[in-house]
Design a protein around this ligand. Structure first.
Ligand code: ZN
Ligand code: ZN
Length: 351
């Protein structure tokens, strides 16, 4: 995840094929799809070559998604046409780096496609955590918790449950009684958590995130910072939801699980725990990306506000959208220089 400052410095690119067009193309493919995510910390000798292999095979199978590859491993969020699932699964099993990797399958598909293109990117790390991995033992991770064990932690006064995600994720859903740090990035989360938890040092600590990947690093980091009793939810909220359904457990996760794809959320608990960012009155946990492509900010909108104002995060954005195409570049520059800097920028990316 980039810091707010870096995000502000980034130039807004105007894609040759617009998002709207990409979405239209993706929607034209009406095949049923399976949305899944997986990650693995594994030594990848040549990330570029590995990337090529993934792109070759997965574009043949019409997969879409966002996949990060680094010499430390792979982090994938993607979908696969149901009819190609067996081929996809067999191929994954045939790859030494991926063999046996546990999939987390989405509990619900959205109305539209979960991804609108296939993007495989080589990065320094599969999750941007801002840590120097050589300064602590990254393999000293916490033990895993099952969904049933997590429920015990939620009820246990001698335990603390910590949400390792960003504020815009925990805003729409979190475990009952969880600590939800007010941070915009995982880097910041790792900076504040040891201090936040200091007073709970002797308690049992349970960490959770979307699919489990962030907790692998966070649990090792907390142990390095002197916390003895750190465990984390295996497979994250995605797999918690599956286990709850499958095993008929009580659901202690309230609201929605924010996900990093076009769906932006999977309902886990039936209640809505957040409020519309536009009117600040009505309950809403439906995220929108600001329709002004220069802004593209993430916000929560209630049906009334969206109907009245369109999917714009502000009046300024609504006005910008009316500017003729030939002036858009100038407006984008002015927007980045004057408006974005002053307003927190929520970046919907895990790394
Ligand atoms: Zn509203
Ligand atoms: Zn906007």
């Amino acid at each position: 995840m980039n810091t707010v400052a870096t995000a502000a410095r980034k130039k807004t690119k105007i894609d040759p094929i617009s998002r709207v067009e990409k979405r239209r193309l993706a929607e034209a493919d009406t095949r049923e799809r399976v949305t899944l995510s997986f990650y693995r910390y594994v030594r990848i000798a040549d990330p570029e070559a590995f990337r090529e292999r993934l792109v070759d095979k997965w574009s043949q199978l019409d997969c879409m998604g966002r996949i990060y590859v680094a010499s430390e491993g792979i982090n994938a969020q993607m979908n696969v046409p149901k009819e190609n699932w067996d081929k996809f699964d067999a191929w994954v099993k045939s790859q030494p780096e991926l063999r046996g990797v546990p999939y987390k399958i989405a509990v619900e598909e959205g109305e539209g496609p979960s991804f609108i293109k296939l993007a495989v990117k080589v990065r320094d790390k599969i999750v941007a955590d801002g840590l120097d991995d050589s300064s602590f033992d990254v393999t000293n991770v916490g033990e895993y918790l099952t969904a049933a064990e997590m429920n015990d932690y939620v009820d246990d006064p001698d335990a603390v449950v910590v949400d390792m995600r960003n504020n815009y994720e925990s805003e729409v859903g979190h475990f009952e009684s969880a600590i939800t740090p007010d941070v915009e990035t995982f880097r910041d989360e790792l900076k504040v958590t040891p201090e936040t938890l200091r007073i709970h040092k002797n308690k049992k600590i349970a960490l959770y995130c979307t699919g489990g990947i962030r907790c692998e690093k966070a649990s090792a980091w907390l142990k390095h910072n002197g916390f003895e009793n750190v465990k984390h939810l295996k497979g994250g909220i995605i797999d918690y939801a599956r286990q709850v359904k499958q095993e008929g457990l009580e659901n202690k996760f309230k609201g929605k699980n924010f996900v990093f794809d076009e769906r932006l959320g999977e309902r886990v608990g039936s209640e809505i725990i957040s409020t519309c960012h536009l009117c600040r009155k009505e309950k809403s946990d439906t995220h929108y990306h600001c329709e002004n492509q220069i802004c593209h900010r993430l916000f929560l909108g209630c049906p009334g506000c969206i109907e009245k104002r369109g999917s714009y995060c502000s009046r300024a954005c609504n006005l910008i959208s009316l500017v003729p195409q030939k002036h858009k570049k100038t407006v984008a520059r002015l927007y980045n220089e004057h408006i974005r800097k002053r307003r927190p920028f929520k970046k919907v990316r895990m790394s």
